[in-house]
Write a protein that binds this ligand. Structure first.
Ligand code: PEP
Ligand code: MG
Length: 887
């Protein structure tokens, strides 16, 4: 097997199609080199090597050593420099960077080593060839520091402390004040530190350095933070990372040198304008780390921000023009917005990376729609480009412009959206409080990959330092969290858990609001308004609706939810869970009286009180959903859910229901179940207490006739029986519904069309679907219960171990979130086939949580279901996912 692939100097062993093998970075470096862009020469060690490295017990095969030697020879041939050469004649010593690069980018999660190839001898060579002794020794100390941290895993703090002490001794405050001799002295100190902590001298053999770094990059694939990132982003552990070894180019060789990151369009808004940041006389990591405040790329951006420091367009017009031409070339070549890293070394432009840029949902929509309108991509491609899940960011409220705001300070608008929550100052607290159901805003001076779990748990992120491309900004955009970065006036004391700004303080737990669209930071909570659903969003949704086959309904049971769902484009209600209506304070007493009644007559008295209430519920829903199908599920949960469980509540509840406490307690004890999920629930309630279902059916039909009479538009009720296992259960329940319908129609002298069907949420129902379809007119897959009963995993207790299951690859994703296609999916497939065998064209839908999950929706398309039903805010996600599934 070949493991090493070269690029640069007119050679490209790979290309953009090789992401699986070379990782995203490696594939795109090869691609850029192949289209003639200036890429420093290098080579990529493939992801297959990563897999083999772990299989072989973290060893490299001999064949790799030969291939790497050839790779180094390639770089030497192109650059004319020699690896480990101290002679200082010719082009000088070759220095390389060693970077990770997985199939998909994992920002900051894995290791990088720069300036590799420096030692006590080559540093002298570098000094002579560059004519800059200070630069050479600065590079050497950076290398030792980075290598000791990443490869030798020595305590990072000790090196920083040594640097601080060296500066203090000299009375310096800035690194830039350090001269060649100062760096030289620090190098000696660093080497002493390495020997003391590591027990051996700093490696002087450049080949040892290289192998150490390659091993560290492969090793970082299994680091804790990389694992967490993969889990949050559904990245399989067996993909592995590639390693890119590339000739160093220096952005820190004086004022004609620079380094920067850029996007071909604005990744936050999607505006079609170059967008980026750069630093003169700096190395790449300086921009991303947020240590110095970067300058703008374009003059327009600088002016818009009112910044003084010259933009690249102004400071380096010739190289800027060259760079702009590269942007256009890359965007047209890849037909997508690109995220680019570049370095200018002594006036010469070098491209270090290009990839499809991460963007906010808003930008994704705008870019997709504009590129399709410009003919660069097709409408189908535009549909395929937008991640349905990301739409979630757009569907949530933004700050009400009319609301009063107590603005504390302003930072950069790093990731759009507004969020309010309790201020927390560390990731662990963020995670803990969020787990307790609290909304939190994570405040950090700057974030690092160690904060990732806290960023995920937080509603929003606020940092005092760092630019638009800082770690916090990039990660927050990827997660869809609102983020304000670089709020420079804010001073954050994480130890004391206090943020100070302009004489004011924010302490842990105090509510703050951030607006990631404007960069404003406010004290307290600020009112919000509903999002704008027209514009690019509306356009893309229209395109999606034109191609999708699956209909999209909503799971909704309040008029408000129904209205939201309709506004989001729902084509009906796929699941109205009637039990939620029973918990209303005004009704719960009647519900309890029904449960506590001694006999059917007693129950009917209580049910008569509930009937008008329930009818009112349905009238409201039918009105909002006028002319659309509404699936109403008859009562499902076990009755004890409606009774109190706490001693303290018994007396009050008994008094309200008009029974004595002893009766209430006895009944509660009678109803107690060991495993309520498999107990006296679903149609089992209807079988034992048909009068409950009778009341609900009556409420449905009376409401339907009322609305039809009033509006002239008859609703289409679909009455759904839950938790059916056998045909006989459904027959009995359908008889109750039909009998009630006939009675109501006779009383009113009018009728409406309706259907009676069942949920398929038990394996037996799926298996016996052929005969069940003889009794029922539709199936709705209740995949929450079907997952629970097929896997034998309690949905309420699964959280405790499912994460481990997913980490160990037992299930690829949480099966309650994304359908277990192989297991539960097979039952769905089989039930659909068997149902159709006895009732051709039977209406089929899904109403479990999976109905709003894009991967599960893709599966529903293959089974040919008629519709999916999702919670209101997921309706647009489902519309887009259904369109993608149909492409
Ligand atoms: C289901 O089981 O998938 C379902 C939709 O019903 P519930 O979640 O109410 O049990
Ligand atoms: Mg269910």
């Amino acid at each position: 097997t070949q493991y090493v692939y070269r690029f640069g100097g007119g050679v490209s062993d790979g290309g953009k199609g090789d992401k699986f093998l070379l990782g995203g970075k490696g594939a795109n470096l090869a691609e850029m080199a192949s289209i003639g862009l200036p890429v420093p020469p290098g080579f990529t060690i493939s992801t297959e090597m990563c897999t083999r490295y772990y299989e072989d017990g973290e060893q490299f095969p001999d064949s790799l050593r030969e291939e790497v030697a050839k790779g180094i020879a390639h770089i030497e041939a192109v650059t004319g420099k020699k690896f480990g050469d101290a002679s200082a004649d010719g082009a000088g010593p070759l220095l390389v960077s060693v970077r990770s690069g997985a199939r998909v980018s994992m920002p900051g999660m894995m290791d990088t080593v720069l300036n590799l190839g420096l030692n006590d001898a080559t540093v002298e060579g570098l000094a002579k060839v560059s004519g800059d002794e200070r630069f050479a020794w600065d590079s050497y100390r950076r290398f030792i520091q980075m290598y000791s941290d990443v490869v030798l895993e020595l305590d990072h703090g000790a090196f920083e402390e040594a640097l601080e002490i060296a500066k203090e001794d000299k009375g310096f405050t800035l690194d830039t004040e350090m001269g060649a001799a100062d760096w030289k002295a620090l190098v000696a100190e660093y080497k002493r530190l390495v020997e003391a902590e590591w027990g051996k001298p700093f490696p002087q053999d450049v080949h040892d350095q290289l192998w150490g770094a390659v091993g560290a990059v492969f090793g970082s694939w299994q680091s804790e933070r990389a694992k967490v990132y993969r889990r949050l982003n559904d990245i399989p552990g067996d993909w592995g990372t590639a390693v890119n070894v590339q000739a160093m180019v220096f952005g820190n060789m004086g004022d004609t040198s620079a380094t920067g990151v850029a996007f071909t369009r604005d990744p936050s808004t999607g505006d079609n304008a170059y967008y980026g940041e750069f630093l003169i006389n700096a190395q790449g990591e300086d921009v991303v780390a947020g240590i110095r405040t970067p300058q703008y790329l374009t003059r327009a951006a600088r002016e818009a921000a009112g910044a003084k420091a010259a933009s690249m367009e102004e400071a380096m017009p010739t190289v800027y023009a060259e760079l702009a031409a590269v942007f256009d070339r890359l965007e047209n070549h890849y037909r997508d917005m690109q995220d680019i890293e570049f370095t200018v070394e002594a006036g010469k432009l070098w491209m270090l990376q290009t990839r499809s840029g991460k963007r906010t949902a808003k930008a994704a929509l705008k870019i997709a729609v504009e590129m399709a309108d410009a003919g660069l991509i097709t409408r189908e491609e535009a549909i395929a480009r937008v991640d349905p899940q990301a739409l979630d960011q757009l569907l949530h409220p933004t700050l009400d412009p009319e609301a009063t705001r107590d603005v504390l300070t302003k930072g950069l608008p790093a990731s759009p959206g507004a969020a309010s929550g309790a201020a927390v100052f560390d990731a662990d607290t963020a995670e803990r409080w969020a787990a307790d159901g609290k909304a939190v805003i994570l405040l950090r001076t700057e974030t690092s990959p160690e904060d990732i779990h806290g960023m995920h748990a937080a509603k929003g992120i606020l940092t005092a330092r760092g630019g638009m491309t800082s770690h916090a900004a990039v990660v927050a955009r990827g997660m869809g969290r609102p983020c304000v970065s670089g709020a420079g006036a804010l001073s954050i004391d994480a130890k004391a858990k206090i943020a100070r700004v302009g004489g004011r303080e924010v302490r842990e737990g105090e509510i703050v609001t951030i607006d990631g669209t404007t960069g404003e930071v406010m004290a307290g909570e600020v009112a919000t308004i509903q999002p704008e659903l027209a514009g690019d969003f509306g356009t893309l949704m229209e395109w999606a609706d034109a191609v999708r086959r699956l209909r999209v309904r909503a799971n909704a049971e309040t008029p408000l939810d129904c209205r939201t769902a309709r506004d989001f484009g729902a084509e009906g209600v796929g699941l109205c869970r009637t039990e939620h209506m029973f918990f209303d304070a005004a009704r719960i007493t009647a519900v309890r009286q029904m449960i506590l009644a001694a006999d059917e007559a007693g129950r009917r008295v209580a049910l008569d009180k509930l009937l008008p209430e329930q009818r009112k519920d349905f009238i409201e829903i039918f009105e909002v959903m006028a002319g659309l199908p509404v699936t109403i599920r008859l009562l499902d949960p076990p009755l004890h859910e409606f009774l109190p469980h706490e001693e303290a509540e018994f007396a009050e509840v008994a008094a309200a229901a008009g029974v004595d406490v002893e009766t209430l307690k006895r009944r509660a004890a009678e109803l107690h179940e060991f495993n309520p999920m498999l107990g006296h629930r679903g149609c089992r309630l209807g079988v034992t207490y048909p009068e409950i279902y009778e009341m609900q059916a009556r409420a449905i039909f009376e409401a339907a006739l009322d609305v039809a009479a009033r509006s002239g538009q008859a609703p289409i009720p679909e009455v759904m029986i839950p938790l059916v296992a056998t045909k006989r259960e459904l027959e009995l329940m359908k008889a109750v519904v039909d009998r009630t319908a006939q009675a109501v129609f006779a009383e009113r002298g009018a009728k409406v069309d309706y259907l009676v069907g069942t949920m398929i949420e038990l394996p037996r129902a799926a298996l016996r679907a052929a005969e069940i379809a003889e009794a029922g007119e539709f199936f709705s897959f209740g995949t929450n219960d079907l997952t629970q009963t097929t896997l034998g995993v309690s949905r309420d207790d699964a959280a405790r171990f499912l994460t481990t299951y997913v980490e160990k690859g037992i299930y690829a994703k949480d099966p309650f979130v994304s359908l277990d296609v192989e297991g539960v999916g097979e039952l769905v497939q089989l039930a659909a086939e068997r149902g159709r065998s006895t009732r051709p064209g039977i209406k089929l839908g899904i109403c479990g949580e999976h109905g709003g999950d894009p991967a599960s929706i893709a599966f529903c398309e293959t089974v040919g279901l008629d519709y999916v039903s999702a919670s209101p805010y997921r309706v647009p996600i489902a519309r887009l996912a259904a369109a993608q599934a149909a492409l």
